[in-house]
Design a protein around this ligand. Structure first.
Ligand code: AMP
Length: 291
């Protein structure tokens, strides 16, 4: 596997891939890889001749410096995983390589971000679309792979690709979970032992919301939210950041019978903020997003 940390070298590598007429799948990550990332890589390998992964903790998408500092990193470990998984190239740039000087252009995401993580992490999705625009231009992938654990990110990337005419196919991949239901996340290592035990209740709370929808054809949005909130209040010491039920992928609270929906939760523990969601059709059946 090639490890490349310079943009110009990455572009040369990509040029040689394109010259051979090979298809290119791309998995952007912030590293500290786990089975969730590996599921995206596996999917990318299935459908592309060449697979590129980026490992870059993007400072622009962190609105709290403590969160950025606490974000776990271990590139050697990542490199091993990526080599074993048969990835062709990992792009591992420094912050200076990606942002050599203050940006003159700011991106502003005006839809799909006034809710969920967009409202509790101001500037987060602006940072995400900025780095992805740069990465998409450097890597020029045919297909990209994103986890539906970060469903709002999928919705925003979908808008980015369409609005800015990237010739890229977006593939959402189902959330990979621990045996007890906790969605895998690089941030899980920052949980205390007791927080880790009770964090499985996040998924359970979503299942309660889904159960209510499945059993009530005329379900109401505010009831879904209340059921999940009540469950979380009883079962976890974490502080609820948000619980919501919205249309997907437009993320509006005006839900029509034809709409798919997302039920989503974010919880603050002492040193980690965890998110999870289910994407359902209007009758409550899993659309995609969970295994
Ligand atoms: P991150 O390194 O957290 O930026 O994540 C990189 C990619 O992996 C994103 O597209 C995430 O949505 C995806 N991802 C993270 N956790 C999981 C998971 N548990 N299951 C599936 N995909 C995931």
């Amino acid at each position: 596997m090639k490890v490349i940390d310079k943009i110009v070298e990455m572009k040369q590598f990509i040029y040689s891939v394109k010259e051979k007429g090979q298809s290119l799948g791309f998995v952007p990550t912030m590293g500290y890889l786990h089975e969730g990332h590996r599921a995206l890589i596996k999917e990318a390998k299935k459908h592309n001749d060449v697979v590129a992964v980026s490992v870059f903790v993007n400072p622009l998408q962190f609105n709290q410096s403590s969160d950025l500092e606490q974000y776990p990193r271990d590139f050697l470990r990542d490199e091993n995983i990526l080599t074993n998984d048969g990835v062709d190239v990992v792009f591992y740039p420094s912050v200076d390589e990606m942002y050599p000087n203050e940006l003159s252009i700011e991106m502003n995401v005006v839809k799909r971000t006034n809710v969920l993580c967009g409202s509790s992490r101001p500037g987060h999705f602006e940072g995400v679309v900025t780095v992805l625009t740069k990465l998409f231009n450097i890597v020029q992938p045919d297909q990209v792979y994103f986890g539906s654990k970060d469903a709002q990110q999928v919705a925003v990337v979908d808008a980015l690709i369409h609005d800015l005419n990237f010739d890229i196919r977006l593939n959402p991949v189902s959330t990979v979970r621990e045996k007890d239901g906790l969605a895998l996340s690089s941030r899980n290592v920052n949980l205390t032992t007791s927080e880790r035990t009770e964090a499985s209740e996040i998924f359970q709370s979503l299942l309660k919301g889904q159960e209510y929808i499945l059993n009530n054809p005329n379900w109401e949005r505010h009831q879904v939210i209340e059921i999940i909130k009540n469950y979380l209040d009883e079962h976890t010491t974490g502080k609820v950041d948000y619980v919501d039920c919205l249309s997907f992928p437009n993320l509006l609270d005006d839900i029509d019978k034809n709409h798919d929906i997302i039920i989503a939760v974010a919880i603050y523990y002492q040193k980690a903020r965890l998110i999870d969601n289910l994407i359902l059709n209007h009758n409550g059946f899993i659309k995609y997003g969970s295994e």
